[in-house]
Design a protein around this ligand. Sequence first.
Ligand code: HEC
Length: 157
Amino acid sequence: MVRVSLRRLVLLMILLVVVAIQFFPTSLDRAPADPFQALEASLQPGPEVAGMLRRACNDCHGIAREWPWYASVAPASWLVAHDVSEAKERVDFAHWAQYPPHTQARLLEAMCEEVHQGEMPLKQYLWMHRNARLSPAEVQLFCAWTDRERAKLDGGR
Ligand code: HEC
């Protein structure tokens, strides 16, 4: 009789489950957004701020997506897709120009606040993307930029 150790059986089961869940893909929204609706086109931040947004925020709130390969393997892909859809519900850089000015002003304020408090980028994202961490000097630059943009919006009312 073939003897299968419990350990092997458990490993085999885990493997089967991991393979099986790959048949439940997520639909990360990969539709290209209209570039003229995008935050970068609309606000034209300088290179430093644009770099920060791309490096630290765009994967969830924007268009660019530089997720590592394992982010498309379930169950990691489910977590990623969940974060991305929730992120876009709150702030969608790709459709920035569709927000009315008072909403843009509120979101800019929230962006500075989240970054300042170290809430954004999300901690689990930083595990995978170490270079997405913003230094205190960068946070200052970032908030100076959101302040300037908010002042423009308030002035334009
Ligand atoms: C890994 C994905 C991810 C990244 C990267 C990320 N966010 Fe978020 N963001 C989320 C999710 C999910 C939410 C909604 C849940 C929450 O607030 O924790 C959110 C919410 C927000 C909100 C709304 C908070 C509110 O009051 O509703 C702001 C503002 C924000 N993010 C700004 C940023 C900025 C700025 C960056 C880059 C510095 C960034 N996020 C990077 C996933 C992300």
